[in-house]
Write a protein that binds this ligand. Structure first.
Ligand code: NZQ
Ligand code: ZN
Length: 382
């Protein structure tokens, strides 16, 4: 174990916390409020933000889509530059927060913001950001990552920079009351897979990271099993906090990580607009079966500690079956039929995109080559 860890995002957690932004954003800042397709106008969050900022100078930019695109976000970049914006308030789910991170970084760069995603421009500065989370899933509200799509070429790429980590995140579970069931389930699944990507690798003797990851997985299992109780304060608060903790840097510190399910899943979203979480459920069971040999010990540990399965020769496989059953119980598919193409053509399309994006050596051992990805996709795409 060797790592440096800091999470500098101040968390305002609980009901009525949106009002905390009045003090959290200094009054001398000119603020751009960025949001999505309008859910915040319908559920009262926009009004709470407007009230909290009534003595601030602020503008707004709306229309950030799910799986945010460079094409839309570049319009916000222009506003930040022209209007000398010095604080960005992201109000939404992962898409709005990720999009705001791109805007914050691109606004401090003279070239095309996409250079950031291609690694051609290293981010050294960004407009400060705060976040009001409306959909618990990605952890974006207190991490330094963002995933952006170039619609023109169906490229969905990620970047990481400490400069775009939100200074604060407001997490009021009441905002979840208007979330469609589908998005609540997406949140459960995304947080689950985030935890798996940092846990289901190889044994490391990292007791804190393993133990905490297992606690988060058990929470998600309980929340999934108690899904009929979702209209309840404790259920909402527990999902919101669990999803945050799953990807705030802690459980991944000093341990191997495997983001292969995410990297392959991103291609399904970019090509066919599969919801992010659902792309993960399609890829992960096939990937785990493909990687059984190297993940066997950790799968067995998960089977015993998370699912409470009895030991035995086939425990690792039974653990994968239990993960898949968890998705099915939530009504989430673990196979996908791409529209207008045969399964073989769909596999080739995804493999070509993985190659174009340099995703040729994924997994904790960099052993998921294009050939492995092809095998995984052949099982997942039907
Ligand atoms: O746009 P609006 O009208 O707000 O509607 C959104 C959107 O349609 C709606 N919604 C959000 N809060 C709501 C609400 N509807 C009613 N009531 C509310 N309180 O939900 C829809 C989906 O929102 P979105 O932000 O797209 O979902 P999510 O939070 O799952 O974010 C997905 C994006 O995050 C990226 C994904 O790739 C995807 O682009 N990820 C970001 C990560 C990160 N930054 O660390 C890691 C993740 O693995 C992931 O890749
Ligand atoms: Zn994710």
């Amino acid at each position: 174990m060797q790592f440096t860890y800091v999470n500098p995002t101040r968390i305002y957690f609980g009901q009525q916390q949106i009002s905390a932004i009045t003090k959290a954003i200094s009054q001398d800042k000119k603020v751009l409020v960025i949001y999505g397709g309008g859910s915040i106008k319908r559920n009262g969050v926009y009004d709470q933000v407007a009230d909290a900022l009534k003595n601030h100078t602020w503008l707004e930019f709306s229309g950030v889509e799910a799986n945010p695109t460079k094409e839309t976000l570049d319009k916000a970049v222009a506003i930040v530059k022209e209007q000398n914006i010095d604080f960005i308030l992201a109000v939404g789910g992962g898409s709005v927060i990720d999009g705001s991170k791109y805007v914050a970084a691109a606004a401090k760069y003279d070239g095309d913001g996409w250079d950031i995603m291609l690694g051609k421009h290293a981010v050294t500065d960004a407009t400060p950001i705060g976040a009001i989370l409306t959909l618990p899933a990605t952890g974006s509200e207190s991490n330094s990552g963002a995933v952006i799509t170039k619609a023109e070429t169906a490229d969905k790429l990620a970047f990481l920079s400490p400069h775009v980590q939100p200074q604060f995140a407001v997490m009021d579970p009441d905002v979840m009351k208007t979330l469609p069931e589908r998005q609540l389930i997406n949140g459960l699944v995304d947080a689950w897979v985030h935890t798996c990507e940092q846990y289901l690798t190889m044994p490391t003797q990292a007791m804190v990271q393993d133990g905490y990851a297992e606690a988060l997985l058990k929470n998600l299992l309980v929340l999934g099993r108690d899904f009929e109780q979702r209209d309840n304060d404790a259920w909402r608060a527990n999902l919101m906090w669990t999803a945050n903790q799953a990807l705030n840097g802690l459980i991944g510190s000093g341990v191997p990580q495997d983001w292969a399910t995410h990297m392959i899943g991103h291609e399904l979203t970019a090509l066919w607009h599969v919801d992010h979480a659902r792309s993960l459920a399609i890829v992960q069971p096939s990937l785990l079966r493909n990687q059984l040999a190297v993940k066997k010990a950790k799968l067995e540990q998960m089977g015993q500690h998370v699912f409470g399965l009895p030991s035995g020769e086939d425990l690792a496989l039974r653990t994968i079956d239990a993960i898949e059953a968890f998705y099915h119980q939530l009504g989430v598919e673990t196979h996908f039929s791409a529209p207008n193409v045969t399964p073989e053509q769909a596999v080739e399309k995804v493999v070509n995109q993985l190659q174009a994006h340099g995703m040729v050596a994924l997994g904790e051992h960099q052993a998921i080559t294009l050939q492995q990805s092809r095998e995984i996709l052949s099982q997942a795409l039907v």
